[in-house]
Design a protein around this ligand. Sequence first.
Ligand code: ASP
Ligand code: MG
Length: 458
Amino acid sequence: MKIVKFGGSNLKKREDISKLVKVIKSYEKPLIIVISALYGMTDTILSTIEQVNHNYEIIDELKHKLLKAHKDILSDYLFEAEQIQLTFKELENRVELMKRFLLGIHYIGEAPDFVKDHVLSYGERLSAFTLFKILNQLQISCKEATPEEMGLLTDGEFSNASVDFEQSSDQVASFFNEQLIYIVPGFYGISPSGKINLFGRGGSDYSAAAIAKCVKAQSLDLWKDVKGFLSADPKIVPNAWNIKKMSYQEAAELSYFGAEIIHPRAFEPLKADNIPLNLFNIDGDLDDIKPLTVISSKSVKTNYIVKSCSYTNDIGILQLKGPGVGVKPGILADVTNAMKMEGINIKSVLTSQTIISILLSSADLYQAYQLMHRLNVHGINEVALKEDISLIAIVGEGLNDTPGIAAKLFTAISRKKINAKVVSMGVSDVASYIIVDAQQRNDAIKSIHEEFFNEKHR
Ligand code: ASP
Ligand code: MG
């Protein structure tokens, strides 16, 4: 069995649906399709949740937006009046259910975690329903299959759950027992207490990977609107090229460090059973379908060693300074525990004798800074922030055991007179990163790409 996943980027315009249908027809049955919400819908629902406390009207505004978007798509495929009426009615009923939750938030004045997760799942519920109705109309035998029906259970962490494979695998595998196409809304599973539970933003990739693991799928095919993984962001390096093969670990590091193609956690469920992840471009030639990047456990070393260079601006450094931070035990534990209690995720930690540098998402930086001031950790006498920085990662199998990689990286940036504020080498087997001033990011990336990939430097 194959798992096919279509993301929001495949669901931007009404016309996109015809491409989806063409792709779906090219697969053999049985098939499991995991689908995201229509493009931008999750953001729209989220901003509604954020405003609904003080804005009652916004509930109906959202309702109309959702209904219009899905009805527009449906009306391209449904023609009989009675059928249109029935389908629209069903859609309206579902949206009405969502509305109740929003009314609840409005009246109690806050959105508890589980309610937020529930409401946000509607983007996927409605797109899955819509695709189901369309395929049905086209006489493609298919079925809606929700995470609640199949028993895709989570660990219960609201807004950021993981699948509990021990509880889920068998029941999910035995659920898919017919020779047809199943359409699964991505993005959520069911918490131990039976509540809707999201896998985090962009989490439909993870849904698809988790289901692939449960059913021991032959492959996971992700359809996106990009040309696979590239050697760099083509907006910065126009001649960046496609990477045909990558290991899970390389792809995970690239995704973690900013390549916004696949959810960084989508690789972890695939590893144990070595289920290949094939990346396809929906805007490519659909009469001659070929994956642009294949990700599997095979680690292939290329001549260049480095395969790709990615970056993220979603990074800030919290610096904790004190004469003895490198030698006094317990400081790091106090700091990281306090951050855990506040729900702040630490991306990376680097320590020296006198400074602990904690890499955080930009959104968490001030909260962490204030927390450190409040906490007044023993041994730390100064807390500082570094912002307006970018993290640039180079990724490739063999990076750590090949001499000269670090030298090349530094040659590349020093040629442009760029200073690396932070450097991390040797921590991961396949990735290293540097942090530079945000304004110097593009120059650094161009120079690094040139240094590693240009013929004359080979
Ligand atoms: N619709 C969800 C989001 O926008 C999940 C996904 O697209 O994968 O985060
Ligand atoms: Mg998405």
